[in-house]
Write a protein that binds this ligand. Structure first.
Ligand SMILES: CC(C)(COP(=O)(O)OP(=O)(O)OC[C@H]1O[C@@H](n2cnc3c(N)ncnc32)[C@H](O)[C@@H]1OP(=O)(O)O)[C@@H](O)C(=O)NCCC(=O)NCCS
Length: 136
């Protein structure tokens, strides 16, 4: 298993990896991903095994806070510690960039995973304002 930073040259592979193992939307198209990677240099990671993508994590940093996105492990590689490893690595990158706070909103089924990775429940109520035109 090897870990390296995501580059825009990975786009085609990433799109099929995310479609197969999670979901995609308009933000995963070439232009938006390129712009995202340019704004967030050397933060997002990809795990490869036998030349294939088996895990990803994007780590946006807004200059104050860090975020976790597209933490995805290939279905047949799950429950072997890879998700936790990717999370630890991206958190290290975000902390080095200066992030003091890394908030996440998680679905109930991922609560145990994130708790095992050191995340704590806060008293804040998650809210958002969502807009997507993407058709699956
Ligand atoms: C969430 C995800 C990344 C976890 O990856 P993973 O490689 O299976 O996780 P790990 O093996 O590193 O798990 C770490 C610990 O959490 C536990 N865990 C992992 N997934 C879990 C789940 N769905 N429910 C309960 N516990 C879970 C593991 O058993 C392990 O526990 P242990 O340390 O006691 O052995 C993977 O399930 C995935 O890709 N899901 C789809 C995409 C997604 O929802 N991403 C998160 C939102 S960005």
């Amino acid at each position: 298993m090897t870990f390296r930073f995501v580059t825009i040259n990975d786009h085609t592979q990433l799109l099929s990896f995310w479609k197969e193992n999670y979901f995609v939307n308009e933000l995963d198209e070439l232009g938006p991903l390129k712009s995202f990677l340019e704004k967030n240099l050397d933060l997002s990671l990809l795990a490869e095994d036998k030349g294939e993508v088996v895990g990803t994590v994007l780590g946006p940093f807004d200059g104050r806070r860090g975020y976790i996105q597209k933490l995805v492990v290939r279905k047949d590689y799950r429950k072997q510690g890879l998700g936790k490893q990717l999370l630890e690595k991206v958190i290290k990158n975000l902390r080095s960039a200066g992030a003091l706070y890394i908030p996440i909103n998680v679905n109930a089924e991922l609560f145990t995973f994130y708790e095992k990775c050191g995340f704590k429940v806060t008293e804040q109520i998650p809210m958002n304002n969502t807009y997507s035109t993407y058709k699956k």
